[in-house]
Design a protein around this ligand. Structure first.
Ligand code: F6P
Length: 359
């Protein structure tokens, strides 16, 4: 009988409870015991480690669709990788994590996280040397390389689309444009997908340069006096500061285009988990349990077409664009962005959506 741990780290998104529920279901069927680590690595730093034994009743099936994480994602006030890096205590912190995991005598740990957590795990793999580490990718930003989907992305696209659908109704009444700021950090995939879904007239993403005059010209040519302009939170405008949607709003106001900036913010992370994300959760949980059975370690589950496979964390790390983590000195994270050949870019152009200065 195996003993496995499960934890959620980094920013939350919808679908975390679905993954936890499916891991517990699958592990129980195999006769294994599951221990939920509360508050991610923070829970491992308390003495004794903050864990709860999980059964199929801990997250009842009807609650598995609810956003957030039943296990929490970490407490900013506690000792964590960020604080440890800031105070030069990474070696001590790593030792503490390793000791806690040893105390729990786990055979495996399922880590549901994003590219920051995976990069940290890859760089500090000694922490997990005594067990099988299986990572499941979750993020609304969908900025993790080598997987066709991440948990939470589909729900975020749906929530953002729904938000814009409602805005369009009031936009029409008042003959005004809404500049909607999407989350996503420096990856524009959330903005691109939701913008296409809602029928935005322009989508500005960090990966593609745009020209304000051309944006204004494009909006003026739209045979409507209202609509959505989707902007990713990662875009910049030379010589301007502040929130990207506000910057674009000021420019449009200066061009006499009636508009308002709108900020869906954290609702993008908090919608009820879509069926697509729940199916993905089921596939990734099954893949993770199979990987534990096969004694794999330091791998990430990844969707390839319809199939879920495992990918070594070393490949994940090598495949992405490495950029310095803003919060952790000495750490580079592996990131994915909109690829120049993403078919959705061509679709957006064909729909007469202004997406910037593409070739
Ligand atoms: O990475 C997920 C994400 O929601 C980003 O899209 C957003 O920029 C960020 O987290 C917000 O982080 P925080 O919870 O620290 O405000």
């Amino acid at each position: 009988m195996k003993k496995i741990g499960i934890m959620t780290t980094g920013g939350d998104c919808s679908g975390l409870n679905s993954v936890i529920n499916r891991v517990v279901l699958g592990a129980t069927k195999r006769g294994w015991r599951v221990y939920g680590i509360v508050d991610g690595t923070d829970g491992l730093c308390t003495c004794p480690p903050n864990v709860i034994e999980m059964t199929t009743d801990t997250i009842p099936v009807e609650n598995a669709r609810i956003a957030g994480s039943f296990l929490h994602n970490g407490n900013a006030c506690m000792m964590n990788f960020e604080n440890a890096a800031e105070t030069g205590k990474i070696p001590q912190f790593n030792k503490m994590l390793k000791n806690s995991l040893a105390k729990l005598k786990l055979d495996a740990l399922v880590l549901i996280g994003g590219n920051g957590s995976f990069s940290l795990s890859y760089k500090n793999h000694d922490i997990y040397s005594g067990l099988s580490l299986i990572c499941i990718p979750k993020t609304i930003d969908f900025d993790i390389p080598l997987t066709d989907k991440t948990i939470g992305f589909d729900t975020a696209v749906n929530e953002l689309t729904r938000y814009c659908d409602q805005l369009l109704l009031t936009a029409r009444s008042h003959h005004r444009w809404f500049i909607v700021q999407a989350m996503g950090r420096d990856c524009g995939r959330l903005a691109l997908n939701a913008g296409t879904a809602v029928g935005a007239d322009a989508i500005l993403v960090p990966e593609i340069k745009f020209d304000i005059d051309k944006l204004v010209k494009h909006i003026r040519a739209v045979p409507r006096d209202y609509g959505i302009i989707m902007v990713s939170e990662g875009i910049t405008l030379r010589g301007h500061s502040g929130r990207p949607a506000d910057m674009i709003s000021r420019k449009l106001t200066a061009a006499s285009i009636q508009n308002r900036a709108a900020f869906p913010d954290y609702i993008q992370r908090a919608g009820d988990t879509t069926a697509a994300d729940r199916i993905l959760a089921s596939k990734m949980a099954t893949c993770a349990l199979d990987a534990i059975e096969n004694n794999e370690t330091n791998v990430m589950t990844a969707l390839r077409g319809n199939e879920c496979v495992t990918v070594p964390l070393s490949e994940f790390y090598a495949a992405g664009d490495l950029s310095r983590d803003p919060n952790i000195r000495d750490l580079c994270t592996s990131n994915a962005y909109i690829e120049p050949d993403d078919p959705l870019l061509d679709v957006a152009v064909a729909m007469n959506i202004y997406i910037g200065e593409t070739k």
